[in-house]
Design a binder for this molecule. Structure first.
Ligand code: PAF
Length: 282
Protein backbone atom coordinates (compact mmCIF):
# COMPACT_ATOMS: atom_id res chain seq x y z
CA UNK A 1 0.00 0.00 0.00
CA UNK A 2 1.39 3.43 -0.94
CA UNK A 3 0.68 5.76 1.97
CA UNK A 4 0.30 9.53 1.52
CA UNK A 5 -0.15 12.03 4.36
CA UNK A 6 -0.05 15.19 2.26
CA UNK A 7 -2.50 16.34 -0.38
CA UNK A 8 -0.15 17.60 -3.10
CA UNK A 9 2.06 14.51 -3.64
CA UNK A 10 -1.06 12.31 -3.36
CA UNK A 11 -2.81 14.39 -6.03
CA UNK A 12 0.22 14.28 -8.33
CA UNK A 13 0.42 10.49 -7.96
CA UNK A 14 -3.28 10.03 -8.83
CA UNK A 15 -3.04 12.51 -11.70
CA UNK A 16 -0.28 10.42 -13.25
CA UNK A 17 -2.52 7.34 -13.04
CA UNK A 18 -5.51 9.14 -14.57
CA UNK A 19 -3.28 10.48 -17.35
CA UNK A 20 -2.57 6.93 -18.50
CA UNK A 21 -6.30 6.11 -18.44
CA UNK A 22 -6.54 4.22 -15.14
CA UNK A 23 -9.93 4.18 -13.41
CA UNK A 24 -9.85 5.06 -9.72
CA UNK A 25 -12.15 3.52 -7.10
CA UNK A 26 -12.34 5.44 -3.82
CA UNK A 27 -13.39 4.20 -0.38
CA UNK A 28 -13.51 7.06 2.16
CA UNK A 29 -13.45 5.85 5.79
CA UNK A 30 -12.77 6.98 9.33
CA UNK A 31 -10.69 3.86 10.02
CA UNK A 32 -11.28 1.11 12.62
CA UNK A 33 -11.80 -0.98 9.52
CA UNK A 34 -14.04 -4.05 9.59
CA UNK A 35 -15.50 -6.55 7.14
CA UNK A 36 -18.01 -3.94 5.90
CA UNK A 37 -15.20 -1.62 4.78
CA UNK A 38 -13.31 -4.54 3.23
CA UNK A 39 -16.39 -5.37 1.18
CA UNK A 40 -16.30 -1.81 -0.23
CA UNK A 41 -12.60 -2.22 -1.07
CA UNK A 42 -13.20 -5.60 -2.71
CA UNK A 43 -16.02 -4.21 -4.83
CA UNK A 44 -13.86 -1.24 -5.82
CA UNK A 45 -11.03 -3.58 -6.78
CA UNK A 46 -13.34 -5.59 -9.01
CA UNK A 47 -14.49 -2.47 -10.88
CA UNK A 48 -11.44 -0.17 -11.07
CA UNK A 49 -7.77 -0.31 -12.04
CA UNK A 50 -6.67 1.37 -8.81
CA UNK A 51 -8.32 1.42 -5.37
CA UNK A 52 -7.74 4.28 -2.96
CA UNK A 53 -8.84 4.25 0.67
CA UNK A 54 -8.78 7.28 2.96
CA UNK A 55 -8.70 7.15 6.74
CA UNK A 56 -9.59 10.43 8.40
CA UNK A 57 -11.57 10.87 11.60
CA UNK A 58 -13.31 14.05 10.50
CA UNK A 59 -13.83 16.46 13.41
CA UNK A 60 -16.32 18.53 11.36
CA UNK A 61 -18.93 15.76 11.45
CA UNK A 62 -18.90 15.14 15.22
CA UNK A 63 -21.45 17.18 17.11
CA UNK A 64 -20.35 15.49 20.36
CA UNK A 65 -16.70 16.05 21.46
CA UNK A 66 -16.69 12.89 23.63
CA UNK A 67 -17.80 10.82 20.65
CA UNK A 68 -14.92 12.29 18.61
CA UNK A 69 -12.38 11.65 21.38
CA UNK A 70 -13.59 8.06 21.86
CA UNK A 71 -13.92 7.18 18.18
CA UNK A 72 -11.74 4.05 17.76
CA UNK A 73 -8.34 4.58 16.10
CA UNK A 74 -6.59 1.37 15.03
CA UNK A 75 -4.25 2.48 12.28
CA UNK A 76 -1.76 -0.42 12.45
CA UNK A 77 -4.48 -3.06 12.20
CA UNK A 78 -6.16 -0.99 9.46
CA UNK A 79 -2.99 -0.88 7.37
CA UNK A 80 -2.50 -4.64 7.53
CA UNK A 81 -6.18 -5.24 6.64
CA UNK A 82 -5.78 -2.93 3.63
CA UNK A 83 -2.69 -4.90 2.57
CA UNK A 84 -4.55 -8.20 2.96
CA UNK A 85 -7.29 -7.14 0.51
CA UNK A 86 -4.84 -5.56 -1.93
CA UNK A 87 -5.83 -1.90 -1.51
CA UNK A 88 -3.37 0.11 -3.65
CA UNK A 89 -3.22 3.52 -1.98
CA UNK A 90 -3.99 4.89 1.49
CA UNK A 91 -4.54 8.60 2.15
CA UNK A 92 -3.95 9.33 5.82
CA UNK A 93 -3.99 13.11 6.36
CA UNK A 94 -3.64 14.99 9.66
CA UNK A 95 -6.43 17.33 10.73
CA UNK A 96 -4.16 20.34 9.96
CA UNK A 97 -3.67 19.06 6.38
CA UNK A 98 -7.43 18.82 5.76
CA UNK A 99 -8.44 21.92 7.74
CA UNK A 100 -5.61 24.47 7.62
CA UNK A 101 -8.04 27.29 8.41
CA UNK A 102 -10.19 27.14 11.53
CA UNK A 103 -13.27 28.63 9.86
CA UNK A 104 -14.93 25.68 8.11
CA UNK A 105 -17.45 26.00 5.31
CA UNK A 106 -20.96 24.78 6.21
CA UNK A 107 -23.64 23.22 4.02
CA UNK A 108 -27.38 23.74 4.13
CA UNK A 109 -28.70 20.38 2.98
CA UNK A 110 -32.38 21.29 3.29
CA UNK A 111 -35.11 18.87 4.37
CA UNK A 112 -32.82 15.83 4.37
CA UNK A 113 -30.87 17.36 7.24
CA UNK A 114 -33.84 18.06 9.55
CA UNK A 115 -34.95 14.48 10.09
CA UNK A 116 -33.58 11.26 11.65
CA UNK A 117 -29.77 11.59 11.97
CA UNK A 118 -29.99 15.26 11.00
CA UNK A 119 -32.42 15.97 13.84
CA UNK A 120 -30.39 14.16 16.48
CA UNK A 121 -26.91 15.11 15.25
CA UNK A 122 -27.10 18.79 14.24
CA UNK A 123 -24.27 19.77 11.90
CA UNK A 124 -23.27 16.14 11.28
CA UNK A 125 -24.23 15.99 7.61
CA UNK A 126 -22.78 19.41 6.90
CA UNK A 127 -19.46 18.04 8.19
CA UNK A 128 -19.85 14.88 6.10
CA UNK A 129 -20.68 16.95 2.98
CA UNK A 130 -17.64 19.15 3.60
CA UNK A 131 -15.10 16.36 4.00
CA UNK A 132 -16.55 14.25 1.19
CA UNK A 133 -16.47 17.26 -1.19
CA UNK A 134 -12.84 17.93 -0.25
CA UNK A 135 -11.90 14.26 -0.70
CA UNK A 136 -13.68 14.04 -4.06
CA UNK A 137 -11.81 17.15 -5.23
CA UNK A 138 -8.51 15.71 -4.04
CA UNK A 139 -8.98 12.17 -5.41
CA UNK A 140 -11.15 12.71 -8.53
CA UNK A 141 -12.36 9.11 -8.38
CA UNK A 142 -14.18 7.32 -11.19
CA UNK A 143 -16.39 5.62 -8.59
CA UNK A 144 -16.82 6.14 -4.83
CA UNK A 145 -18.11 3.40 -2.50
CA UNK A 146 -20.39 3.79 0.52
CA UNK A 147 -22.18 1.32 2.80
CA UNK A 148 -25.95 1.10 2.94
CA UNK A 149 -25.70 1.01 6.74
CA UNK A 150 -25.44 4.79 6.63
CA UNK A 151 -28.63 5.07 4.61
CA UNK A 152 -29.25 8.78 5.09
CA UNK A 153 -25.56 9.59 4.55
CA UNK A 154 -25.79 7.90 1.14
CA UNK A 155 -28.75 10.13 0.27
CA UNK A 156 -26.87 13.25 1.39
CA UNK A 157 -23.84 12.25 -0.71
CA UNK A 158 -25.98 11.48 -3.77
CA UNK A 159 -27.57 14.94 -3.42
CA UNK A 160 -24.13 16.51 -3.10
CA UNK A 161 -22.86 14.76 -6.23
CA UNK A 162 -25.98 15.67 -8.14
CA UNK A 163 -26.33 19.28 -7.04
CA UNK A 164 -22.61 20.11 -7.34
CA UNK A 165 -22.08 18.10 -10.57
CA UNK A 166 -19.25 15.94 -9.26
CA UNK A 167 -18.09 13.82 -12.18
CA UNK A 168 -18.16 10.37 -10.55
CA UNK A 169 -20.46 7.46 -9.78
CA UNK A 170 -21.65 6.56 -6.29
CA UNK A 171 -21.79 2.81 -5.61
CA UNK A 172 -23.84 1.64 -2.61
CA UNK A 173 -22.87 -1.68 -1.04
CA UNK A 174 -25.28 -3.71 1.18
CA UNK A 175 -24.69 -3.75 4.95
CA UNK A 176 -22.37 -6.49 6.17
CA UNK A 177 -23.59 -8.14 9.40
CA UNK A 178 -22.04 -10.23 12.15
CA UNK A 179 -23.28 -13.85 12.31
CA UNK A 180 -26.04 -12.88 14.75
CA UNK A 181 -27.21 -9.96 12.59
CA UNK A 182 -25.55 -6.96 14.26
CA UNK A 183 -24.58 -4.48 11.54
CA UNK A 184 -20.79 -4.09 11.31
CA UNK A 185 -19.71 -0.71 12.63
CA UNK A 186 -16.44 0.76 13.89
CA UNK A 187 -18.37 1.76 17.01
CA UNK A 188 -19.01 -1.91 17.87
CA UNK A 189 -15.41 -1.95 19.14
CA UNK A 190 -16.58 0.24 22.00
CA UNK A 191 -19.20 -2.29 23.22
CA UNK A 192 -18.30 -4.41 26.26
CA UNK A 193 -19.44 -8.08 26.04
CA UNK A 194 -22.70 -7.38 27.88
CA UNK A 195 -23.60 -4.40 25.68
CA UNK A 196 -22.53 -6.31 22.57
CA UNK A 197 -25.38 -8.74 23.33
CA UNK A 198 -27.83 -5.92 24.01
CA UNK A 199 -26.91 -4.24 20.71
CA UNK A 200 -28.65 -7.04 18.86
CA UNK A 201 -31.96 -5.42 19.77
CA UNK A 202 -31.55 -2.97 16.88
CA UNK A 203 -31.44 -5.72 14.26
CA UNK A 204 -34.11 -7.80 16.00
CA UNK A 205 -36.48 -4.84 16.18
CA UNK A 206 -36.02 -4.14 12.46
CA UNK A 207 -36.74 -7.76 11.62
CA UNK A 208 -39.78 -7.92 13.88
CA UNK A 209 -41.19 -4.64 12.57
CA UNK A 210 -40.65 -5.73 8.97
CA UNK A 211 -42.55 -9.00 9.58
CA UNK A 212 -45.44 -7.16 11.28
CA UNK A 213 -45.67 -4.59 8.48
CA UNK A 214 -45.68 -7.32 5.85
CA UNK A 215 -48.57 -8.93 7.77
CA UNK A 216 -50.54 -5.72 7.28
CA UNK A 217 -50.07 -3.90 10.59
CA UNK A 218 -49.89 -0.09 10.51
CA UNK A 219 -46.59 1.48 11.40
CA UNK A 220 -48.14 3.40 14.33
CA UNK A 221 -49.08 0.06 15.96
CA UNK A 222 -45.72 -1.48 15.08
CA UNK A 223 -43.84 1.48 16.53
CA UNK A 224 -45.63 1.10 19.89
CA UNK A 225 -44.65 -2.57 20.04
CA UNK A 226 -41.03 -1.76 19.24
CA UNK A 227 -40.90 1.16 21.67
CA UNK A 228 -42.17 -1.03 24.52
CA UNK A 229 -39.59 -3.67 23.61
CA UNK A 230 -36.83 -1.07 24.00
CA UNK A 231 -38.38 0.27 27.23
CA UNK A 232 -38.09 -3.19 28.81
CA UNK A 233 -34.28 -2.96 28.37
CA UNK A 234 -31.73 -0.23 29.06
CA UNK A 235 -31.05 0.30 25.36
CA UNK A 236 -32.22 3.87 24.79
CA UNK A 237 -34.14 4.29 21.55
CA UNK A 238 -33.57 7.60 19.78
CA UNK A 239 -35.75 7.01 16.73
CA UNK A 240 -37.48 4.16 14.94
CA UNK A 241 -39.14 5.20 11.68
CA UNK A 242 -40.66 3.85 8.49
CA UNK A 243 -39.84 6.01 5.45
CA UNK A 244 -39.99 6.03 1.69
CA UNK A 245 -36.58 4.80 0.60
CA UNK A 246 -36.36 7.40 -2.21
CA UNK A 247 -36.84 10.56 -0.13
CA UNK A 248 -37.15 9.55 3.57
CA UNK A 249 -40.74 10.84 3.83
CA UNK A 250 -42.66 9.16 6.69
CA UNK A 251 -44.93 6.23 5.84
CA UNK A 252 -47.62 4.54 7.92
CA UNK A 253 -47.90 1.31 5.96
CA UNK A 254 -46.15 -0.65 3.27
CA UNK A 255 -47.35 -1.69 -0.17
CA UNK A 256 -45.77 -3.39 -3.15
CA UNK A 257 -45.45 -0.13 -5.14
CA UNK A 258 -43.52 1.98 -2.64
CA UNK A 259 -39.95 1.20 -1.74
CA UNK A 260 -39.86 1.51 2.06
CA UNK A 261 -37.10 1.42 4.67
CA UNK A 262 -37.08 1.09 8.46
CA UNK A 263 -34.42 3.15 10.23
CA UNK A 264 -33.31 2.96 13.85
CA UNK A 265 -30.86 4.75 16.17
CA UNK A 266 -30.26 3.80 19.81
CA UNK A 267 -27.74 4.16 22.60
CA UNK A 268 -26.30 0.93 23.96
CA UNK A 269 -24.54 2.16 27.09
CA UNK A 270 -22.84 5.30 25.82
CA UNK A 271 -22.38 3.99 22.28
CA UNK A 272 -24.79 5.29 19.66
CA UNK A 273 -25.62 2.74 16.94
CA UNK A 274 -27.73 2.98 13.79
CA UNK A 275 -29.17 0.39 11.43
CA UNK A 276 -31.80 0.11 8.71
CA UNK A 277 -33.68 -2.47 6.67
CA UNK A 278 -35.42 -2.28 3.32
CA UNK A 279 -38.91 -3.78 3.33
CA UNK A 280 -38.77 -5.11 -0.22
CA UNK A 281 -35.17 -5.76 -1.21
CA UNK A 282 -35.65 -4.56 -4.79
O1 PAF B 1 -19.09 6.90 6.70
C1 PAF B 1 -18.01 7.37 7.13
O2 PAF B 1 -17.12 6.67 7.61
C2 PAF B 1 -17.80 8.87 7.10
O3 PAF B 1 -18.98 9.56 7.36
C3 PAF B 1 -17.15 9.36 5.79
C4 PAF B 1 -18.05 9.12 4.60
C5 PAF B 1 -15.81 8.67 5.60
C6 PAF B 1 -16.89 10.87 5.87
O4 PAF B 1 -16.04 11.19 6.92
Amino acid sequence: VHIFNEIEPFRAFLRSLRNVGKTIGFVPTMGALHEGHLELIKQSKSENAVTVCSIFVNPAQFNNPTDLAKYPRTIEGDTSLLKSVGCDVLFLPAVSEMYPSSEALTFNLGALDNILEGEFRPGHFSGVALVVSKLFNIVHPTRAYFGQKDFQQVMVIKKLVNDLNFDLNIVVVPTVRENDGLAMSSRNLRLNPENRKKALLLYQSLQEAKALLLHGKNFSEVKKIIQSKFKSTDVRLEYFELCEAENLKSLNSVDANTKAVLLVAAYVGEVRLIDNMLIHEN
